[in-house]
Design a protein around this ligand. Structure first.
Ligand SMILES: C[S@@+](CC[C@H](N)C(=O)[O-])C[C@H]1O[C@@H](n2cnc3c(N)ncnc32)[C@H](O)[C@@H]1O
Length: 255
């Protein structure tokens, strides 16, 4: 008899409140367009209303649907490409900063069969649906890596780990949640502090990449560069008027 198949991991939806608002505004726009097209508005305003409704519906609705696609499909594809940026031996200790429900954490754990993967977060539900340590631990179980995954509650501005604890630090779409540049700088300093000499950092985010690259360089990291696909950044920056500019910054601690 074959062993029972585990349910698929569930990494939640990012920024669920923003997604809900986008879809509601998009639906309202389409409703205005449809009622104007059906002749339910006075003739003088029907034309402009139909155009405005159609634009609102397609733009907001499209972005809301894209955010769902990104959380459910796009991020799962991207995580492997991001982890390919680290030359793994399989024995590393890796830290996922702002791990949420464990998207990067569990995939990193698969790369280190003889190592360990630690995820740290403060579990803000506004940033990811169903965000709690139990959900992360359950995803590790479903991915078959629970034996080498540890989930820790802690703030990225004050990581609860000793200096030089990790061979690699990864972080995906988490640091921008710190709204003050000084706080983001503290988080970068903590990532550099907990890295071992020779350790690698892979920081993927939706904003602030020039700041991150300059910050890591000032902290003494070397080989600091942007590693995200330029076409995606340019396209999404244009479609969101600069609100969403996904890219990646990588670097290495000398030693
Ligand atoms: C959009 S979610 C991304 C989660 C996960 N990295 C992913 O890509 O699926 C952002 C995460 O950052 C976490 N976060 C926000 N501020 C934080 C802080 N100061 N320290 C640690 N984690 C934080 C949130 O709780 C949330 O889990």
């Amino acid at each position: 008899m074959s062993p029972p198949t585990l349910p698929r991991p569930d990494y939640g939806i990012d920024a669920p409140g923003v997604v809900r608002t986008m879809l509601l505004v998009g639906a309202a726009g389409l409703a205005v367009w449809a009622t104007a097209a059906a002749g339910l508005w006075p003739e003088a305003v029907a034309g402009p209303l139909a155009s405005a409704g159609a634009v609102m519906g397609v733009w907001f609705g499209g972005l809301g649907l894209y955010m769902i696609y990104s959380s459910r499909v796009g991020k799962l594809r991207d995580r492997e490409r991001l982890l390919d940026l680290v030359p793994w031996s399989g024995r590393e200790a890796v830290l996922d900063v702002g791990c949420g429900r464990g998207l990067m954490l569990t995939a990193a754990a698969r790369r280190v069969p003889d190592g360990r993967a630690v995820g740290v977060d403060i579990w803000q539900a506004v940033d990811q649906s169903g965000n709690r340590p139990e959900a992360t631990a359950e995803n590790a179980r479903r991915e078959g890596v629970a034996d080498r995954v540890e989930v820790v509650t802690g703030d990225m501005r004050e990581l609860p780990f000793a200096d030089g604890s990790f061979d690699a630090v990864v972080s995906h779409w988490a640091v921008h949640n710190l709204y003050a540049a000084a706080d983001r700088g503290r988080a970068l300093g903590e990532m550099a502090r907990v890295l071992k000499p020779g350790g690698r950092v892979v920081l993927a985010d939706i904003q602030h990449h020039a700041e991150y690259a300059a910050g890591f360089t000032a902290l003494g990291l070397v080989d600091v560069r942007r590693a995200g696909p330029a076409w995606k950044r340019v396209l999404l920056t244009a479609l969101t008027f600069g609100g969403f500019r996904p890219d990646v910054v990588v670097g290495r601690k000398p030693g």
